[in-house]
Ligand binder design. Structure first.
Ligand code: ZN
Length: 203
């Protein structure tokens, strides 16, 4: 399985990193080895001094598909989750400056937190879903899927032009504003509406 990630999908986050608003979505992939194992702490890797949290809404694919039309995209998932796209910001900045791929900064072991899943039936409107991240009990990121530049069904249409979507693939839909550094002994807790979706200790 693969993790397909969208970058720069919230206007306020584009501004905070001084990025240009993309004319086409930014897409990158994390391998399955990037998944942080359940109940394990996240260990800050020794190649970075600036690991950032990016809380993101996740979509789990449940049908094989390619060239999926937007109007059929909703048939390809029935679970929504929440996760973190951990990013070595210092390394990513160097790679961006040189126009190099981001994998070393985004796809290292443990860089993908995947929380619990909610059945789509429990969600009244996936395009108006509030979510947040608390660091040590302070809310640091807050978003709503209604702020996404590309909505979930648009993302599925777009990425499936390039990649066959397989059962179990997970889409990271981009982060809202408020990304920031994590430090040893931080606790990160993610919420969709008021439901806790994950709790991670940083080591
Ligand atoms: Zn991200």
């Amino acid at each position: 399985m693969k993790l397909i990630c969208i970058g720069r999908n919230y206007a306020e986050h584009i501004k905070e990193l001084d990025n240009e608003k993309p004319t086409n979505p930014v897409v990158f992939i994390k391998p399955d080895t990037a998944i942080l194992l359940k109940k394990q702490p996240f260990f800050i890797p020794d190649f970075s001094n600036d690991i950032h949290h990016e809380v993101e809404i996740l979509v789990k694919i449940n049908r094989v598909g390619k060239h999926i039309d937007r109007k059929f995209a909703h048939k390809y998932y029935n679970q929504i989750g929440l996760g973190i796209d951990f990013t070595a910001r210092d390394l990513q900045t160097q790679l961006k400056e040189k126009g190099l791929p981001w994998e070393k900064a985004k796809s290292f072991d443990g860089a993908a937190v995947i929380g619990n899943w909610l059945p789509l039936n429990d969600i009244s409107n996936i395009n108006a879903l509030e979510f947040s991240l608390k660091k040590n009990d302070t809310v640091v990121q807050k978003g709503n899927t209604n702020q996404m530049l590309l909505k979930i069904d648009d993302i599925i249409e777009y990425v499936s032009k390039y990649f066959t979507l397989k059962i179990g693939d997970i889409i990271f839909t981009g982060t809202p504003a408020g990304v920031g550094k994590v430090n040893t002994n931080d606790t990160l807790k993610g919420y969709i509406e008021n439901k806790e979706m994950f709790s991670i200790l940083v080591k």
